[in-house]
Write a protein that binds this ligand. Structure first.
Ligand code: NAI
Ligand SMILES: NCC(=O)COP(=O)(O)O
Length: 355
């Protein structure tokens, strides 16, 4: 695909296969069959024999549609050992599949940190499979942060509406922690760190100099003046007021249930006057991701901001229930590759990186 005409300015993208028992290899094979990527400089990071095996099995399914042949790909063949390969069972996340997906990501990170890749696009992994393999990371984001030495990281979801072209950007203030810990972990300091990352990203990656950001409340009706929870009164209202400046406008705390009405209108084109914000700051995982997935499950992209290189990922998981059935939708993977390419170009041009 891209071995021959390498040019210095083309971003070098790594795509990891994710958990090989899930739909990662399938969405990679489907996405890379799209001619829009044929001029991209892409290296697939994973075990070649697993990819070839997935290709052969999918090819035998009637009406499977387009798949790229593995022989046309540049593959960084990651050695995981015959015993691990033998224990990978499609549709079942296991210690073996976790060992594999961890090894793929480790390889990609090692090479991105030395500058061999400009961006990593990650197919999904199962956090439970990593745990079974003995790796105690809540997700790929945390491994990326640790191994790249980044001081701060933010989990931002980006999706362009197919109805209106409007772009939804949602940052999660907290990510993979139990719900009962959210109120304890959320602090003004954490919010400031995440907001700073978001503002830098909006400016450097999306060219938005003076952003307007909507911030969600934590409690029903943002606490209803303390009657339904006190975090808003205790610090969140004050924190929002403090952040507002001539260069940045924060709206909120917006009651979490109504926070998503305007973005919904902007997404579906139900109103010309929805006046959506440039980005949405959600306080916990499901508060931000339920609306993202309702609007854009087929096309949202998860991007880790704050790393020294670009990282994107489809918004979906390993989908073990449909592994090797040939029905996995690759739209979100395609969007993740497109975003990795455009962010890499943008960062090269602006010479901007997160520190
Ligand atoms: N970036 C990552 O590595 C992510 C990993 N995960 C992990 O994935 C595992 C499974 O998570 P779930 O909550 O079940 O979410 P999931 O996204 O894997 O599946 C949810 C539902 O959507 C369907 N689905 C998902 N992707 C699809 C696609 N591309 N085409 C067609 N149907 C699709 C699945 O069949 C399933 O019915 C968990 O271990 C989770 O931690 C979840 C989200 C992101
Ligand atoms: N729900 C988002 C998610 O699970 C992303 O996880 P990861 O990319 O950090 O592995």
């Amino acid at each position: 695909m891209s071995q021959s005409n390498h040019t210095i300015n083309r971003p070098r993208l790594a795509i990891t296969l994710g958990d090989p028992a899930g739909i990662g290899p399938e969405v990679v094979l489907k996405a890379l069959s799209d001619s829009q990527f044929w001029e991209f400089d892409i290296t697939v990071v994973g075990t070649r024999s697993l990819l070839v095996d997935t290709y052969t099995k999918l090819k035998s399914i009637d009406g499977i549609g387009k798949l790229v042949e593995p022989s046309e790909l540049k593959i960084l063949d990651v050695e995981i050992g015959a015993a691990t390969i033998a224990n990978i069972i499609p549709g079942e996340g296991s210690a073996a599949s976790g060992r594999a997906s961890f090894a793929f990501l480790e390889q990609a990170i090692a090479r991105a940190t030395t500058g061999e890749f400009d961006a990593i696009v990650t197919a999904p992994i199962a956090k439970s499979a990593w745990k079974a393999a003995g790796y105690n990371y809540p997700g790929q984001t945390e491994l990326l942060q640790e191994k790249s030495g980044a001081k701060r990281v933010g989990m931002l979801f980006v999706a362009r509406s197919p109805h209106t072209g409007w772009i939804l950007r949602t940052l999660l203030a907290t990510t993979h922690i139990p719900l009962c810990q959210v109120a304890k972990v959320l602090t003004p300091e954490l919010m400031t760190q995440k907001l700073d990352l978001l503002v830098e990203c909006l400016k450097n990656d999306f060219g938005i100099e003076y952003p307007r950001i909507a911030v969600s409340g934590l409690n029903p009706h943002s606490g209803e003046q303390g009657q339904l929870g006190t975090e808003e009164q205790d610090w969140l209202v004050h924190w929002i007021e403090e952040q507002n400046s001539t260069k940045l406008r924060l709206d909120g705390p917006i009651p979490p249930d109504t926070m998503w009405v305007k973005p919904g209108m902007a997404w579906y084109g139900n109103s010309q006057n929805s006046n959506p914000a440039d980005a949405y700051l959600a306080l916990y995982h499901d508060q931000g991701l339920i609306p993202v997935k309702l609007m854009a499950f087929d096309r949202a992209v998860n991007t880790s901001i704050g790393l020294p290189f670009v990282r994107t990922s489809p918004d979906h998981g390993t989908a073990f229930d449909i592994a090797l059935k040939g029905i996995a939708d690759a739209t979100s993977m395609k969007a993740a590759i497109e975003l990795a390419q455009s962010l890499s170009i943008q960062r090269k041009e602006r010479k901007s990186i997160f520190v």
